[in-house]
Write a protein that binds this ligand. Sequence first.
Ligand code: ADE
Length: 419
Amino acid sequence: MNHDIKDINLASGGKKRIEWASNDMPVLAQVKERFEKEKPLKGMKMSACLHVTAETANLARTLKAGGADIVLCASNPLSTQDDVAAALVKDYGIPVFAIKGEDNKTYYKHIISALDHKPTVTMDDGADLVSAIHKERKELIPQILGSMEETTTGVIRLRAMEKDGSLKIPVIAVNDADTKHLFDNRYGTGQSTIDGIIRATDSLLAGKVFVVAGYGWCGKGLAMRAKGMGANVVITEINPIKSLEAAMDGFMVMPMSEAVKIGDLFCTLTGNIHVIRKEHFEGMKNGAMVCNSGHFNVEIDIGALETISSKINKSVRNFVDQYVLKNGKSVYLLGEGRLINLAAAEGHPACVMDMSFATQALATEHVIKNKGKLEPKVYDVPKEIDQWVASLKLKSMGISIDTLTKEQEKYLASWEEGT
Ligand code: ADE
């Protein structure tokens, strides 16, 4: 089997972690059970570009159980769990092209290796795979039934492609499903980002000024958790409504130029470029720590940081580089500006990825069932899938809820009754 991973001998540790994660993915397990019987993905060749984690391994196993012939490549150079990649190859017969810490050239080479599989369905986290298909593997376009997109950044890129007419395949915006972004982006990012920061730095958050750039679902999740750990949380935002929300959620809101004067820790989750840049680094306190939890490593202007530094001490701790600025102060960059939750920790916990990945698997089935009917557009996940995933997740948590009475149903469907 063709593959490119760090070390096949890591497989036994990876298999244990995949099994451990599967214990907390009951919804995906139900999908897998049905897929095993019905084989709805039979005959499909799939290329998936995702963070290669224990949770992703369970998604790949589910898709394979459904009959797909699947290969995997990384969606970020620093997010691969090498032991999981080894177990996927050795124990589950799934080819993987991903090595933690690979350089950009290898990262893109791995994407092309995944496309050499000649997929009929693709899955993406950040839209690098779809972008490579449109730029370098155009001949695959006619045979691709559709692609699933996992993350906000990817959906933004794909909508931009749709808008300028360059999108040539149907895409399902899995990120936009309620069972995805309301939970994965908020509670998943909230917890895993704090986890990554603490594993990288061993810092105490209580009493620190923690600056969160961006108040989307990811920023909200992180701000909430940082507050829970006792940090004084500052939000920077460009959207007036989100800024207002942050203020009324009880956070201090100010421009980055002000926040840099008081911040101890900074984390970007905006999806935008150069949110922390030269003038910001220059205004920071000595010892400030800066990281990113957005999809791409563009949010922190690392090039500018380099130009204003007189010395860079790499790896003063794992995932921590010290930049000694020409003004004499030090700034610590965590995880090379790549998503800290996957670089220094293990990404979101399995419990929350359960919903995201059950939705991914069902969206894949939806694309196949609708072969020939979907246009080259960005589609939402059908509402029934969202509802089904939410209901099963509740059930797996032992939570039952009320249902509408006939009288209530009638009331909600009518307009005559008033005061
Ligand atoms: N994105 C964030 N956390 C993840 C995880 N654990 N697995 C795959 N993708 C992720």
